[in-house]
Write a protein that binds this ligand. Structure first.
Ligand SMILES: *Cc1c(COP(=O)(O)O)cnc(C)c1O
Length: 380
C-alpha cells in the first residue's frame, strides 16, 4: 500500500500525460513553452484571481511574494508554529523575523486570537514592524480568513496565503489561493495537485505585483531577460511539468477532489470514537493534502505507527517538531513564539494514507488495524 498512490493516478491519466510530455520534447520548447501560459490561464480561472504566475517550487513562490513587498530586516512576519519549515524559512532567508503563532487543536490552523495578541506584543515592544501574516492552509483546509482578514486590516498587515497544501480547498464559494493579498501553492508531487518534480505558483489580483512577480522570476528582467532592472531569481516552471499538470488539473477538478472528500468521510465514520479525527469547519471544504488523526499520547502514536508498518500500512508524522523548536531558528525565537498546542500536536499526530485512488476495502483495513491497536492498548 502507498501513502499517496501516484502510480494509480498515472495509470488513470497515462495516455494524456505521455502525449503531453512527448509533445514538449518534439517541440523542444522546454522553457516557457505554450503549455505554461495555458496552465497559468486555467489556474487563474479555477481559483478566481486575475493573475497566476508559475514558478520553480512552492518555497520560491513564498520568496517571490516577500520580495514583491520588500520584506527584510526589522520586519516581523507572523507564521503558524505547526507547518512545513518553508513557511518560516523564507522569512529568515530575507532577514526578517518570524514570530510563531499557535494553532487550533481541531483544524491545525493558526489561531486568530493568538495572532492578534502577538501582533500587539510586537507593537508594544517596539523593536520590529509587523508587516505580513503567513496564513497556511494546513492539510488542505483553508485558514480562518473571515477572522484573519479583519486583524490584518486593523493593524495594516498583508496576508500571504501559503496554500501549498490547500489547493482546491474552499470557504463558501471562494477558493483557496484567493484569500491572500498574494497566495502561493506548490506542485511538489505529494501535494493535492502535484507534478513530476518541483513546481509552484503565485496568485494575486494586483496588476502591479503581478508584473513585478513576472520580472522577479526571470532575473529581475525589464523588457527582456538581458535587460535587468532588479535583483531576482531564476524560478520558472518547466514546460514538461506544465504539460503534466494540465491533464492532472482536469482530473482534480472533475473527480479527484470529490473522491478525497468521500474518502475523508469514510475514515471519519470508521474511526469516530476510536481516535480523534480531523475537523473541517462549517462552510469550509478541505482538499485533504493529509488526513491526520490524533492519539492520546506520544507512546500511543509511536506504537500505532510501528503497528501499522508491521501490517504494511504506511503512515507519516506531520510534523515532528514545532517551528519554534527547530534548531535553524535558535537565534530568532523569543518567548513570544512558545506555542503550547502546537508542541503537543507534534507528539500526538499521525497522518494516514490519503489520495483519490483507494480501492474497495483498503480504508476499512486501515481502520480495522487502528481499532485493533487501540483495543490492545486500552486492555493493558
Ligand atoms: C510543501 C510546502 C511548501 C513548499 O513547497 P515546495 O514546492 O516543496 O518548495 C511550503 N509550505 C507548505 C505548508 C508546504 O506544505
Amino acid at each position: 500500500m502507498q501513502f499517496r498512490d501516484l502510480g494509480r493516478q498515472y495509470e488513470a491519466l497515462k495516455e494524456e500525460i505521455d502525449a503531453g510530455v512527448a509533445e514538449v520534447i518534439a517541440n523542444t520548447s522546454f522553457i516557457s513553452g505554450s503549455q505554461v501560459q495555458e496552465l497559468e490561464k486555467q489556474l487563474a480561472e479555477y481559483i478566481g484571481v486575475r493573475h497566476c504566475i508559475s514558478c520553480a517550487n512552492g518555497t520560491d513562490a513564498l520568496n517571490l511574494a516577500l520580495m514583491v513587498w520588500d520584506i527584510g530586516e526589522g520586519d516581523a512576519v507572523f507564521v503558524p508554529d505547526f507547518t512545513f519549515f518553508s513557511s518560516g524559512e523564507v522569512v529568515s532567508y530575507h532577514h526578517a523575523t518570524p514570530i510563531f503563532v499557535d494553532v487550533d487543536e481541531d483544524t491545525f490552523n493558526m489561531v486568530p486570537e493568538d495572532l492578534e495578541q502577538k501582533i500587539q506584543a510586537v507593537l508594544k515592544e517596539g523593536k520590529l514592524i509587523p508587516r505580513v501574516i503567513v496564513a497556511v492552509d494546513l492539510f488542505g483546509q483553508p485558514a480562518e480568513y473571515p477572522k484573519i482578514r479583519p486583524i490584518a486590516d486593523r493593524y495594516g498587515l498583508k496576508i500571504l496565503e501559503d496554500s501549498a497544501q490547500g489547493f482546491g480547498g474552499m470557504i463558501g464559494e471562494r477558493m483557496a489561493g484567493s484569500f491572500g493579498d498574494i497566495s502561493t501553492t506548490s506542485f511538489f508531487p505529494a501535494k493535492p495537485l502535484g507534478c513530476y518534480g518541483d513546481g509552484g505558483a503565485v496568485f494575486t489580483d494586483n496588476d502591479e505585483w503581478a508584473a513585478k512577480l513576472k520580472s522577479l522570476r526571470i532575473h529581475g528582467k525589464g523588457t527582456c531577460k538581458y535587460d535587468n532592472v532588479r535583483i531576482g531569481l531564476n524560478s520558472r516552471l518547466d514546460t514538461i511539468q506544465a504539460a503534466i499538470l494540465l491533464p492532472k488539473l482536469r482530473a482534480f477538478i472533475e473527480y479527484e477532489r470529490d473522491r478525497v472528500n468521500t474518502a475523508a468521510r469514510k475514515y471519519g465514520e470508521l474511526l469516530e470514537g476510536v481516535v480523534k479525527v480531523p475537523v473541517v469547519r462549517e462552510g469550509y471544504l478541505s482538499s485533504w493534502a493529509q488526513y491526520t488523526i490524533q492519539l492520546p499520547t506520544q507512546k500511543h502514536r509511536d506504537g500505532l505507527k510501528d503497528y501499522l508498518a508491521e501490517k504494511g500500512i504506511p503512515s507519516m508524522v506531520y510534523y515532528q517538531k514545532p517551528m519554534h523548536s527547530q534548531e535553524a531558528f535558535r537565534d530568532v525565537v523569543d518567548r513570544l513564539s512558545d506555542c503550547r498546542t502546537s508542541a503537543g500536536l507534534c507528539e500526538r499526530v499521525l497522518s494516514l494514507p490519503m489520495h483519490p485512488y483507494f480501492t474497495d476495502g483498503e480504508q476499512e483495513w486501515i481502520a480495522e488495524a487502528i481499532r485493533q491497536y487501540m483495543q490492545r492498548e486500552n486492555g493493558r
